[in-house]
Design a protein around this ligand. Structure first.
Ligand SMILES: Nc1ncnc2c1ncn2[C@@H]1O[C@H](COP(=O)(O)OP(=O)(O)OP(=O)(O)O)[C@@H](O)[C@H]1O
Ligand SMILES: [Mg+2]
Length: 299
């Protein structure tokens, strides 16, 4: 029978990027890049965010592409962020149609109309892309944010470096654990995501996973949920020290809800660990499956 640790290994590998997904993401990137270049003067563009850091969970959606615009487009930078977002939106609906394109706070989302099956599989296809217009600002970037009505500074390189450092310090298990808690966060059973934005989970994990990898996934996840619950109400600044606090995405009521759900996940983890102690492996697997969702294996 599958042990809990082996089940977690399998779960972890199911949340890893496959070659075919990577190929599909590159194709979509190219397609969107070629089109955006017909509408804006683009200096360069690149895949970024959690996708580029390997901390994105499955199914793959909202893959961020930064489009760094040339100085000839700088007139947008002098206008309100909504003017920039509107311009990207108007350009994208011409190709993809208004039912597939959605304005977000800092990007415009293109939905490719792919629906995961009952096992949460997408036949290695990505669901959607976030087009993020950006201007270079020294070593950093400025991106429009309609939530705050300001242009905010960001630096994906610093976020990536921090993730690599945390991963290395945690016997290279850190990114896997981040993808797992983000998978929990996306479970449809919650309705709205407990933690918003999900980037906050990664930012918290930079500080909430410490002391080193102990070797047992169930213990690690139990401790992680408990610490996340304890600290989800705190203020979490941008790890690069540039943008607004990552924890600004939730008001107090939403933070309390997140804490309740994280505590509940921690309790389920404790129950599962107890089952193993009493020799009830199958019962433990069932709890983990219920906690995480269909990609957690029962066999
Ligand atoms: N408040 C912020 N200040 C500065 N940079 C930010 C801020 N929020 C997000 N970012 C940067 O923008 C990127 C994209 O943001 P997004 O919310 O899509 O997060 P993500 O890490 O890609 O997570 P997800 O898996 O949910 O897509 C982040 O990875 C981070 O590098
Ligand atoms: Mg993203």
């Amino acid at each position: 029978m599958l042990t809990v640790n082996d089940a977690f290994r399998k779960f972890k590998s199911r949340l890893e990027l496959t070659d075919r997904e990577q190929t599909n993401a590159s194709q979509r990137h190219k397609e969107v890049r070629d089109y955006v270049a017909t509408k804006f003067a683009v200096d360069r563009d690149f895949l970024t965010g959690s996708y580029a850091r390997h901390t994105k969970t499955k199914p793959l959606k909202d893959i961020d592409i930064f489009f760094v615009l040339k100085t000839s487009e700088k007139h947008y930078r002098d206008k309100s962020p909504s003017v920039m977002i509107d311009a990207v939106y108007d350009a994208l609906i011409e190709k993809y149609g208004s039912s597939a394109v959605r304005k977000q706070g800092r990007s415009v989302n293109i939905d490719f109309g792919i629906k995961p099956n009952s096992e949460d599989k997408t036949d290695h296809r990505i669901l959607s892309i976030d087009v993020v217009p950006a201007f270079a600002a020294g070593d950093d970037f400025e991106i429009p944010c309609t939530d705050t009505g300001t242009w905010i500074k960001t630096n994906p390189k610093i976020h990536a470096e921090k993730a690599v450092k945390a991963h290395d310090a945690y016997s290279k298990e850190w990114k896997g654990l981040v993808r797992m808690v983000k998978y929990w966060n996306n479970h449809p059973k919650h309705g709205e995501k407990p933690v918003k934005p999900s980037f906050l989970l990664e930012v918290m994990a930079l500080e909430c996973l410490h002391g080193g990898w102990g070797g047992q996934f169930d213990r690690e996840v139990q401790a992680l949920f408990a610490t996340l619950a304890d600290r989800v109400g705190d203020v979490w600044p941008d790890p690069a020290g540039l943008g607004p606090a990552i924890s600004n995405g939730m008001d107090d009521a939403r933070k309390r809800r997140a804490q309740t759900l994280l505590l509940e996940a921690g309790r389920q983890a404790t129950m599962a660990i107890d089952h193993v102690r009493k020799g009830r492996n199958g019962d433990a697997l069932k709890i983990w499956r219920e906690l995480f969702g269909p990609r957690f294996p029962l066999s």
